[in-house]
Ligand binder design. Structure first.
Ligand code: SAM
Ligand code: DTB
Ligand code: SF4
Length: 331
C-alpha cells in the first residue's frame, strides 16, 4: 500500500491528497474507472485546486532550431534524420523580445524559449540568461528548454530570474530506449533535480502516440508523480507528425477517449500541477479538447506554430474557449 505524505496532506485539497508513492496498479485502476466516475474524480480534484474555467496561455518560440546532435526518434530537429528542418543560429535578443511582446499582446502569460541543444555551452547560456531577464521585464513568466543542465547552469538561470525549466521524461522507463539512445532517462532526471535544487519551477511531461502502450503512458505519469516534488507544469504532447524520423514508422494516434482518460489520471496523480495540452492539439476535435479540460487540463500553447510543427489557429482557439465559457483570466 502507498503511504500518504503527511506534510503535504496537511494543506492538500480534500478530494485528493498530494502523494509521491503512486503504484502502477493504482494508476491503472484509476485509468480504468467507468468514464463518468473518472471524470467526476478528476474534475472534483481540479476544482479543489484551480478555477475550473481558467486556462493558462503559454507561447512558444524556437530560439535555436535544428542541427541537434541527439537522436530523439520523434524530433524534426535531430541532425540525424532527413526531416527538411535546417539548422539556424541562436536568435538575436531583439527578435526574441519582439516575439515575446507579440505573445503578451496575444494574451500569453508565459513565454517559453526552446533550443535544439543537447546542453547549452557557457556563452550560449549567457545569452539565454540575458533573454530571460529581458522577457521577465515585460511582465511575462519565463520558461526555457535547452537540454541537459548542470547544477551550476541551473543556478545561473535562476539568478537571471527564470521561472520554469522544461525538460520532459518523454515516455515510460520501459519504452524510453526505443526512442532515445543519446541521453538516458537518468540524465533527464538529474537535470530535473538540478533545476529543482536551483529553485526553478519544473515543467516536465512527455509524448503519447509514438507506438507506446497504455501501460507506458501510465508509467510516464507515475514516474512524474513520484518525483520528490511534483512538476508545477505537466505538458502532455500528442506526437506531432514529422516525416523522416524513426517514430514515423511506429506512431499510432491514441484513441480520443484514451487521451481524456490519461489527462484525468495526470490531474488525479498530480492535483496541483498545471496540465498542458501541448503538441498535437491540431489533431484534436473541439469536443476532445473540451473533454480534456473537463478532465483537468488547464493550459495550452497559443500561436499558429509550436517549434517546427503546427498548432491550432488563434480564431479556432478563441471560438472554442468562448463556447466553453473559459478564458485565460480568472472569471
Ligand atoms: N532540445 C531540448 C531537449 O530536448 O531537451 C529542448 C527542446 S525539445 C523540442 C522539447 C520537447 O518537445 C521534447 O522533450 C519532446 O517531449 C517534445 N517534442 C519534440 N518533438 C515533438 C513532436 N514532434 N511532437 C510532440 N512533442 C515533441
Ligand atoms: C513540450 O513539452 N512541448 C513543447 C515544449 N515542451 C518545448 C514542444 C512541442 C514541440 C512539437 C514539435 C515541433 O513543433 O517541432
Ligand atoms: Fe534535440 Fe531536443 Fe529534438 Fe531531442 S527533442 S533531438 S534534444 S531538439
Amino acid at each position: 500500500m502507498s503511504v500518504i505524505d503527511q506534510t503535504d496532506q496537511a494543506d492538500a485539497a480534500p478530494t485528493e491528497a498530494v502523494r509521491h508513492q503512486w503504484t502502477r496498479p493504482e494508476a491503472e485502476s484509476i485509468y480504468n474507472l467507468p468514464f463518468s466516475d473518472l471524470v467526476l474524480r478528476a474534475q472534483s480534484t481540479h476544482r479543489s485546486n484551480f478555477d475550473p474555467n481558467t486556462i493558462e496561455f503559454a507561447s512558444l518560440l524556437s530560439i535555436k532550431t535544428g542541427g541537434c546532435p541527439e537522436d530523439c526518434g520523434y524530433c524534426s530537429q535531430s541532425a540525424r534524420y532527413d526531416t527538411g528542418v535546417g539548422a539556424t543560429r541562436l536568435l538575436d535578443q531583439a527578435d526574441v523580445i519582439a516575439a515575446a511582446e507579440r505573445a503578451k499582446d496575444a494574451g500569453a502569460t508565459r513565454f517559453c524559449m526552446a533550443a535544439a541543444w543537447r546542453s547549452p555551452k557557457d556563452r550560449e547560456l549567457d545569452r539565454v540568461c540575458d533573454m530571460v531577464a529581458k522577457v521577465k521585464g515585460l511582465g511575462l513568466e519565463t520558461c526555457v528548454t535547452l537540454g541537459m543542465l548542470t547544477f551550476e547552469q541551473a543556478e545561473r538561470l535562476a539568478a537571471a530570474g527564470l521561472d520554469f525549466y522544461n525538460h520532459n521524461v518523454d515516455t515510460s522507463p520501459e519504452f524510453y530506449d526505443k526512442i532515445i539512445t543519446t541521453r538516458t532517462l537518468q540524465d533527464r532526471l538529474d537535470t530535473l533535480t538540478h533545476v529543482r535544487h536551483a529553485g526553478i519551477s519544473v515543467c516536465a511531461g512527455g509524448i503519447i502516440g509514438m507506438g507506446e502502450g497504455i501501460e507506458d503512458r501510465l508509467g510516464m505519469l507515475v514516474l512524474l508523480a513520484n518525483l520528490p516534488v511534483h512538476p508545477e507544469s505537466v505538458p502532455i504532447n500528442l506526437w506531432n507528425e514529422v516525416k523522416g524520423v524513426p517514430v514515423a514508422d511506429t506512431a499510432a494516434r491514441p484513441d480520443p477517449i484514451e487521451v481524456a482518460r490519461l489527462v484525468a489520471v495526470a490531474r488525479i496523480l498530480m492535483p496541483r500541477a498545471v496540465v498542458r495540452l501541448s503538441a498535437g492539439r491540431q489533431y484534436m476535435t473541439d469536443e476532445l479538447q473540451a473533454l480534456c479540460f473537463l478532465a483537468g487540463a488547464n493550459s495550452i500553447f497559443i500561436g499558429d506554430v509550436l517549434l517546427t510543427t503546427k498548432n491550432p489557429q488563434r480564431d479556432r482557439d478563441e471560438s472554442l474557449l468562448r463556447r466553453l465559457g473559459m478564458s485565460s483570466k480568472p472569471g
